[in-house]
Design a binder for this molecule. Structure first.
Ligand code: PMP
Length: 422
């Protein structure tokens, strides 16, 4: 297998999993798309920083000052990792879900939002919740088709000239397929709309350049990028973020707060990232994300991509030889994809198979609809409008992996599925 550099070694390497029949086996973590294991490097950097941990933006003591500096430097590291434009803001959030909800809350009144039905719920649902008019776009059958669908919907909007936003995923959390982000960004801009990229699944596998893709915002989560501690990022254009009401009202997001002569309270909100970061920030989370960005940059995405693509071929070729297995795909088997693949095994309850993979083989995968129900309903042959709950036949299995995955984990999965498929 292609060697992965030591800076990408994961902390969970060698962890043992108990087997239902007795004994144990090295745990095969094949659910990176949910949460990736933590890089040893990230953990060690956090441990090195931990003695200096202190409150951010509040104290004058040595540790507070150090923590404030590290927090702000983490922003710069993330901006460099994402290849942001100089005027872009990097807001630390709790997660991708939080980032997209923040953006939904910050859109100007009357913004028309366009989103594919194939999105993860975190990208599908925040917009309507915040009262925006949403146009849900049908599932495309190819990357080219996605651009055509977006383009004609954007062109047909009744409020031409009004604010509009297209929300797209970089890589599907169900099929792993890559979306034509740069082309969608160009289409959005041609029609006077903006674009936000959900990079939750893209950033852990491929470099993301805000500048090159020409996206207005990008969102991702630390815990899928080999960093723990509940932090995420929303990065991009400052204008709408600076004019929007703060995401949360509270300390840290304000410049001046005073009583008004009429008895009320007047607030002048911060205009930088602090505007949307009220409350004591998650400095360890931000620091860990920055450490992960440094590790990935240093290792180089090429080695990671080569490693993942080699194992992805092993996985897909192995599964293709099992007659009962059907891989889920929107764009077809030849589509470019990251190390995420979902499939069903005919004649089996796929949820039960996931339990057996764990109990009999020490393999962790995910089953269900992966928080992308309209997409998975469609891919399983139900209509996107079907309302059955996610159980029994309406479930798939998802295998996803990355830096810390040895070839043996993937071959064990293929052999186990072959055995269970009978
Ligand atoms: N978007 C995509 C494509 C995802 O895969 C996920 C997580 N499964 C999210 C958004 C939400 O990320 P989080 O749970 O970290 O908020």
């Amino acid at each position: 297998t292609t060697a992965v550099p030591a800076s990408l070694e994961v902390l969970s390497a060698g962890v043992r999993a108990p087997l239902a029949g007795g004994g144990d086996v090295e745990y095969a973590a094949l659910d990176y798309a949910a949460s990736a294991p933590v890089l040893r490097r990230v953990w060690e950097e956090v441990a090195e920083y931990a003695p200096y941990y202190g409150s951010v933006h509040r104290g004058t003591g040595h540790l507070s000052r150090l923590s404030t500096e590290l927090f702000e430097r983490s922003r710069e590291t993330v901006a460099a990792f994402l290849d942001c434009r100089p005027a872009d803001q990097v807001v630390f959030t709790r997660s991708t879900t939080d980032s997209l909800n923040l953006l939904a809350a910050a859109l100007p009144a009357g913004t028309r939002v366009f989103v594919f039905e194939t999105e993860h719920h975190a990208a599908l649902l925040p917009w309507a919740r915040h009262g925006h008019q949403v146009t849900y776009l049908d599932a495309p059958h190819s990357p080219r088709h996605a651009v055509e669908i977006a383009e004609s919907a954007l062109a047909a909007r009744p409020e031409a000239g009004g604010p509009a936003l297209l929300c797209v995923t970089g890589a599907s959390n169900v099929t792993g397929e890559l979306w034509p982000v740069a082309e969608l960004a160009a289409a959005a801009h041609r029609h006077g709309a903006r674009i936000v990229l959900d990079a939750a699944q893209l950033a852990p596998h491929r470099p993301v350049s805000v500048r090159r893709l020409d996206v207005d915002w990008v969102a991702f989560s630390g815990h899928k990028l080999y960093a723990p501690f509940g932090a995420g990022v929303l990065a991009g254009r400052a204008d709408w973020l600076t004019t929007a009401a703060p995401y949360l009202a509270g300390g840290g997001a304000t410049r001046v707060v005073n009583r008004r002569t009429d008895g009320g309270v007047h607030v002048q909100w911060a205009e930088d990232e602090a505007r949307h970061e009220a409350g004591s920030p998650n400095v360890i989370g931000a620091f860990a994300i920055a450490a992960a960005c440094r590790a990935l940059t240093e290792a180089g995405h090429e080695t990671l991509v080569a490693h993942e693509q080699e194992l992805l071929a092993v996985l897909r070729e192995g599964l293709a030889e099992i007659p009962a297995v059907r891989e889920l795909s929107l764009f077809g088997p030849a589509a470019d994809r990251v190390a995420v693949s979902s499939f069903t095994v005919a004649g089996h309850d796929n949820g039960q198979l996931a339990v057996e993979l764990s109990e009999r083989f020490g393999i962790g995968v995910r089953s269900g609809m992966f928080c992308a129900q309209p997409l998975v309903r469609r891919l399983l042959g139900a209509s996107a409008e079907s309302t059955e709950e996610c159980d029994g036949p309406l479930q798939a299995l998802r295998v996803s992996f990355g830096a810390g995955t040895p070839r043996e984990h993937v071959t064990r999965l293929v052999d186990a599925v072959s055995t269970l498929a009978g």
